[in-house]
Write a protein that binds this ligand. Structure first.
Ligand SMILES: Cc1cc2nc3c(=O)[nH]c(=O)nc-3n(C[C@H](O)[C@H](O)[C@H](O)COP(=O)(O)OP(=O)(O)OC[C@H]3O[C@@H](n4cnc5c(N)ncnc54)[C@H](O)[C@@H]3O)c2cc1C
Length: 382
């Protein structure tokens, strides 16, 4: 389905697919097995606008519009979700600098990420504060021109490889509103008092980095605050739609990757003297998978198009994430089923897609949280 893609968008999608096919996929099994962070792939992707796609040209990026950046994410995840995450999420957290940062912060932190030299992250989740972001406890207290940060963060993508991380902290312990009093800081990861401990042995996206962070009397200058002090949760709310649409695009790429493997296998595998694709039971699976993928694509591209036009479509983004992440998991499951016992063996790509699919129902708000948002929107409460 073309969904009114321009010829330029189609070309970028095609280029991204070639990179995914020729560079990413051949390394996927090994990097998953060994939890290898793909520095070599990042090196090859430099200058192709596949790393942290969507950074504006004035800060050294390729200037892709949001929908086109989603096409790149889709194709990187088609290649391999673990490596895809490492490439496309190297700019995770930049949004808040782009929208609310000072010009000085933009000039200092964005261009090196756009070039592929630096990596960043976004640290919101804590051991005791997951879906309930407002219950975060990591504290930043003013001391002269600095703030002193104490606390911990959990499950932080790029935690051990990032050069800087946007850390969300509590600067007011008794704000008038529950979501108030949260402030975001740019934290360079070589600051004294900062530690990142790698969380190895993940179920999926194993070629990406995940860490638990600790801040012990870590000083950071007040000039590193991004946006308005105490307003970071409200700043965050303005990108929930783009973050969720990006995860939906990840799931879409994964689903297409798993489907393509199953479609190929069904034509090659012979049983009862003929290829298994001749059996209607297998054809029906493929028909259902292809239909679900197209439906997911429609939701993802629709939300992405809205964002490209300057909108912040909370409901459509949550619908896209809720639906596409389920499709990713179900399509990966059916793709494995079509592979029979071979699907259970690491030699084939489908078992990896099956493991990788689960995360998309968890991060950037679980499926339950997406349903809450959709329902609230239906009820006119957001
Ligand atoms: C691989 C990976 C990468 C991640 N990357 C990042 C990152 O870079 N930065 C970051 O800040 N975080 C990151 N996260 C954290 C992720 O966003 C959280 O795991 C997620 O938001 C859920 O929080 P939790 O794990 O604490 O689960 P909980 O919030 O404890 O939820 C547990 C269960 O309860 C359900 N639940 C919770 N509240 C409600 C409710 N009100 N109604 C109904 N059900 C509810 C949830 O849906 C879930 O099923 C990452 C996580 C993983 C695993």
């Amino acid at each position: 389905m073309d969904f009114e893609l321009t010829s330029e968008q189609k070309l970028i999608k095609k280029t991204a697919r070639s990179f995914a096919e020729e560079v990413i996929r051949p390394k996927a099994k090994e990097y998953d097995e060994n939890c290898t962070y793909p520095y070599d792939v990042i090196e090859e992707a430099k200058n192709l606008d596949l790393i942290a796609p969507g950074i504006p040209t004035e800060y050294g990026g390729g200037g892709l519009d949001f929908l086109t950046a989603m096409l790149v994410i889709e194709e990187m995840f088609w290649g391999d979700p673990g490596i895809g995450q490492s490439l496309t999420a190297r700019g995770f957290g930049l949004d808040i600098i782009l929208r609310y940062g000072t010009e000085e912060q933009k000039q200092k932190y964005i261009p090196p990420v756009a070039k592929g030299d630096w990596c960043c992250g976004s640290a919101i989740t804590e051991p005791e504060a997951g879906s309930d972001v407002a219950s975060m406890k990591t504290r930043a207290e003013r001391d002269g021109d600095d703030f002193v940060i104490n606390g911990s963060k959990m499950f932080i993508t790029n935690g051990t490889v990032a050069d800087f991380i946007i850390v969300f902290t509590r600067t007011d312990t008794n704000p008038p509103e529950r979501h108030g009093g949260i402030t975001a800081f740019i934290v360079e990861t070589d600051r004294e008092g900062f530690t990142a401990e790698a969380m190895h042995n993940k179920m999926g996206i194993r070629a990406s980095d995940l860490a638990a962070l600790t801040f012990e009397n870590m000083r950071v200058p007040a000039e590193n605050i991004v946006g308005q002090e105490g307003m970071a949760f409200y700043h965050l709310m303005t990108f929930f739609a783009s973050g969720r649409t990006a995860v939906a695009a990840q799931a879409l790429g994964l689903a297409q990757g798993a489907f393509d493997e199953a479609f190929k296998y069904a034509q090659e595998r012979q049983q009862f003297g003929r290829p298994i694709v001749d059996f209607q039971a297998v054809q029906f699976k493929l028909a259902d998978m292809a239909t679900e993928i197209e439906a997911a694509r429609g939701l993802v591209y629709r939300a992405a198009s809205e964002i490209t036009k300057g909108g912040n479509p909370a409901r459509e983004a949550s619908m896209a994430k809720l639906f596409a992440s389920r499709v990713g998991r179900e399509v990966a499951n059916e793709a494995l089923q079509i592979h029979g016992g071979y699907g259970f063996i690491k030699e084939y790509h489908v078992e990896r897609f099956y493991r990788d699919a689960k995360i998309m129902e968890l991060y950037e708000g679980t499926s339950e949280i997406q349903r809450i948002i959709i329902a609230r929107s239906l009820l006119g409460k957001i």
